[in-house]
Design a protein around this ligand. Structure first.
Ligand code: IMP
Length: 438
């Protein structure tokens, strides 16, 4: 069957966690792998009546027969990892997947979170220090897990980078003209203390390393072994195509590569067969700032937000909501080479008597059928909508495509035929089982 990548087709929060969790049940997968992002992600997986929210651990973590992997492309805040592993221990004991973490992964340090707090506001970041950690990696100032093998070495690296960051943060405070109360809230003296940081990280990483279910090591050779053994790998994208640092709505993006190329640089996976599943919501949402052509500011926006519980898993912020946007899906197909689409939250549209789909963009005389990343063009773009009939019937118990109301089937088919990619999974409710497989 081959390896599988699950990727966000819009601006994130498409419900990838549930799809991955469901796919991870398949025996053929030996591993579930994250390749980018950090604890800015948030996957809520509902099992029975219990909700599990993870930010850093792969969504496959509840499957004890799998290995979960965090690749080198992920940035790690050890405190968060420690907390999530502790939560697992309390809820399911040792009945969860083993975890392999790449030693090449970069750490999120306290100065990254401070820099994000000072400068991340314009983008509306999650404030988790993600961008600054990636920036330091690229600037060759990062501290990696491999630097935490010996305490002396780690302490030296912390001291070196802290000195630089002290200057940088003071310059940022001056540049952004931060008010005194905001500077006081940063608690710089206590936060930027080398000995304290070293001790704190050492303690946290020590707890993680002592966990018999966790291993720090070489992800690339492990993935090679899996491929040689004839079993398959399930890759889990965090965030989404339009938040990609290269292909998204730059600069209103995250700082990693959620798109397909991120898999290779973020794990060292050798390019072989890889089927790509794009996950799209039946409508569109976005958190943080940046363009959103089909955004709504009316009662329908509120309806979607309430019915879809559209509040950020990581920050709790209300998500911006709008109609489905076909040019974004077409773009996602082009950037990632989508093989199939999964459509989530179709049930959220129940009760709206007329549904709109953004079919193309009007830019002056030109009609665009795919997304444009030019902020200037997007500011002038009008969306050409098509209207379809909605449905009233409760679809949350529907188990097959044929059982859906005719208008719901039309809605799905309209997307499928325009994008030219089969929709093989349709989410009709939050539970793992509320998924139609076509
Ligand atoms: P950062 O990833 O914290 O740097 O935030 C950059 C942008 O990506 C902001 O607009 C965030 O709201 C957005 N973002 C980051 N992670 C997610 C996610 O998991 N879902 C949706 N948006 C996200």
């Amino acid at each position: 069957m081959g390896n599988l990548l699950v990727i966000g087709a819009q601006w994130g929060d498409e419900g990838k966690g549930k799809i991955i969790d469901k796919l991870a049940e398949q025996e053929r997968f030996a591993a579930v792998v994250r390749y980018q992002g950090g604890d800015n992600a948030g996957h809520t997986v509902v099992v029975g009546n219990e909700k599990h929210a993870f930010h850093l651990l792969p969504s496959g973590i509840l499957h004890p027969d799998k290995k979960c992997v965090i690749g080198n492309g992920v940035v790690i805040n050890p405190r968060i990892l420690q907390r999530e592993l502790g939560l697992l221990r309390d809820r399911v004991g040792s009945n969860h997947a083993q975890l392999l973490v790449s030693e090449k992964a970069h750490l999120i340090m306290p100065w990254h979170t401070l820099r994000d707090a000072i400068a991340g506001g314009a983008i509306g970041t999650t404030g988790r220090g993600i961008g600054p950690s990636y920036a330091d990696a690229v600037e060759r100032r990062g501290i990696r897990l491999i630097d935490t093998r010996h305490r002396d070495w780690f302490a030296r690296r912390v001291a070196e980078e802290l000195e630089w960051n002290r200057h940088l943060i003071q310059a940022m405070i001056a540049y952004y003209r931060l008010a005194d109360d905001r500077v006081a809230a940063l608690n710089l003296e206590a936060t930027l203390d080398a000995e304290r940081i070293t001790a704190d990280y050492w303690e946290s990483l020590g707890t993680i390393k002592a966990n018999p279910l966790v291993q720090m090591g070489d992800v690339t050779s492990y993935l090679n072994q899996v491929q040689d053994s004839g079993r398959d790998i399930l890759f889990e994208g965090a965030q989404a195509t339009l938040l990609d640092i290269a292909h998204g709505t730059y600069p209103y993006v995250t700082s990693s590569y959620p798109t397909v190329g991120g898999v290779y640089v973020g794990t060292g996976f050798r390019p072989r067969d890889l089927t790509v599943i794009g996950v799209a919501k039946a409508y569109t949402t976005r958190v943080g700032a940046g363009p959103f052509p089909t955004e709504l500011h009316d009662k329908i926006c509120e309806y979607l937000r309430d019915a879809g519980h559209e509040f950020g898993t990581t920050t709790g912020r209300p998500r911006r909501c709008g109609w489905l946007d076909l040019p974004t899906l077409e773009y996602c197909k082009q950037v990632n080479g989508l093989d199939v689409l999964a459509l989530t939250k179709l049930d959220v549209l129940t009760g709206l008597d007329r549904l709109k789909i953004g079919a193309s963009y009007q830019l002056g005389e030109r009609v665009l059928r795919t997304f444009t990343v030019s902020l200037e063009d997007l500011a002038q773009t009008q969306v050409n909508y098509e209207e379809l009939n909605g449905w009233e019937e409760d679809i949350t118990g529907v188990a097959s495509f044929e059982e859906l109301p005719a208008t719901a089937r039309d809605y799905v088919t309209r997307i499928e035929t325009t994008i030219g990619v089969p929709i093989t999974m349709i989410g009709v409710g939050p539970d793992r089982e509320q998924l139609i497989v076509k």
